[in-house]
Design a protein around this ligand. Structure first.
Ligand code: HSE
Length: 442
């Protein structure tokens, strides 16, 4: 049996999980692949840090270079996270011609192109299945399974923390702050939660998915990001009454424009993260708790759904093991670039800024309950050529103001922003309008 030696960088949740998974399923992997994958050395932050998974002390070092540069290490798994030292670790391993496996979405999102170029230059490979949606094999699906498809759209619930919070808010009618605190207490949310709840983690992941789906690297600054801090129980309830569930979506949509239609070239792509109303009849509406799901439409395959755990020790280990097997096979068979990590193939690929696209909207205004208010709101929308698909003023809201809910047909985002500013200036409108996009998945 051929053997491949792995150097792990990181002995914490992810690294420890990989170590334990190799121990548990190493025989199975060997039987299935003909390759024995063995951990050779592990770089950790400190020898005495608490570790849930025990790793033999003889394997440990606190010097990542001692792992990467060890001639006995064939494949490096960077599972430490961060974007500075981790970048150096990966580049060093690649320059030595060693394949690298990483789960580092923040790093790939920011420096993916340069890292892939370094891998190509060194004639080796970089694998990153665990970087998006944890245990769900969505990278392989886009890179290999759907290689024959164009991808008109892809929607992902790719942040488990946000999905957990939104699910609890919906089930309990509780406010965002209260549920966030509870999620932090239970360990579902980080003590510093902004990476998750402000949408940045989703931005990293959706950028990687968009790049794979469309063949050019989508930079983080091209991705519109809104998080879930502004989602209220009131809007979750009204959305429910209208037949929708609010989800934080990563959105990748091909939007044909005049230029692409005239030239027959690639349509530009909207890449964004925002909380949206999802029709209850759509499968993404029923993705609950910390689960992730990615809904992909291919022009040949049609609609597909990938569902599973997007984080956690074992699901992440599952993805890393799959990459380690690919890297090990390449190492054994000397086929280092059999599956290149990312092939830019759309030289004219473009991102369409969300501001230049159209969206459907849910708008909630807090208005004084007086005759003529609805007419003034409707007049603003009319002047901006924005169509209303329905209006509801739910009863039973006594007080200084009442909610007025407007469902808006597809509207240019710039016109909508202007109309909202004008509505906000009406004396009868008592609070800044609440605005959420509505997805139809058409
Ligand atoms: N914090 C992420 C989540 C997992 O809540 O889904 C790691 O990206």
């Amino acid at each position: 049996m051929q053997q491949v030696n792995v150097g792990l960088i990181g002995g914490g949740t992810v690294g420890g999980g990989v170590f334990r998974a190799l121990d548990r399923n190493g025989d199975l992997l060997a039987a299935r692949t003909g390759v024995r994958i063995r951990v050779h050395r592990v770089a950790v932050k400190a020898f005495d840090e608490p570790r849930k998974v025990a790793i033999p002390e003889s394997m440990l070092t606190t010097d990542w270079r001692a792992v990467v540069e060890d001639s006995g290490v064939d494949v490096v798994a960077e599972l430490a996270g961060g974007t500075t030292v981790a970048r150096e670790m990966i580049l060093t391993a690649l320059r030595l011609g060693k394949p690298v496996v990483t789960a580092n979405k923040a790093l790939l999102s920011a420096h993916g192109e340069a890292l892939f170029a370094a891998a190509a230059k060194a004639g080796t490979n970089l694998y990153y299945e665990a970087s998006v949606a944890g245990g769900i094999p969505i990278i392989k699906a886009l890179r290999d399974g759907f290689v024959g498809n164009r991808i008109p759209h892809l929607y992902g619930i790719v942040n488990g923390t946000c999905n957990y919070i939104l699910t609890r808010m919906q089930q309990e009618g509780a406010g965002f702050d209260e549920v966030l605190k509870e999620a932090q207490r239970l360990g579902y949310a980080e003590a510093e939660p902004s990476l998750d709840i402000d949408g940045w983690d989703s931005q990293h992941k959706v950028g990687i998915l968009a790049s794979l789906a469309h063949g050019f690297w989508v930079r983080p600054d091209q991705i519109h990001v809104e998080g879930i801090r502004g989602v209220t129980p009131l809007d979750i309830r009204f959305a429910g009454q209208l037949g929708y569930t609010i989800k934080l979506l990563g959105v990748v949509k091909s939007v044909p424009d005049r230029r692409s239609e005239r030239t027959g070239g690639e349509a530009p792509v909207v890449v964004a993260v925002y909380p949206a109303l999802v029709p209850n009849a759509h499968v993404l509406a029923s993705v609950q708790d910390a689960f992730n799901a990615v809904f992909v439409r291919g022009d040949l395959v049609g609609d597909t759904l990938f569902y599973g755990r997007g984080a956690g020790q074992d699901p992440t280990a599952s993805a890393v093991l799959s990459d380690l097997v690919d890297a090990a096979r390449d190492w054994i068979h000397q086929t280092p670039r059999r599956i290149p990590p990312f092939v830019p193939h759309a030289s004219k690929g473009r991102v369409l800024p969300l501001a230049d696209a159209v969206s459907r909207y849910y708008v909630r205004l807090a208005v004084v309950d007086r005759p003529g208010v609805l007419a003034r709101v409707a007049a603003i929308l009319g002047r901006n050529r924005i169509g209303i698909s329905s209006v509801i003023q739910p009863e039973g809201h006594p007080g200084g103001s009442v909610p007025l809910i407007l469902m808006i047909h597809d509207a240019p985002n710039r016109s909508m922003a202007r109309a909202l500013r004008q509505m906000g200036r009406l004396a009868a409108v008592k609070a800044p309008p609440v605005v959420l996009r509505v997805e139809t998945f058409a």
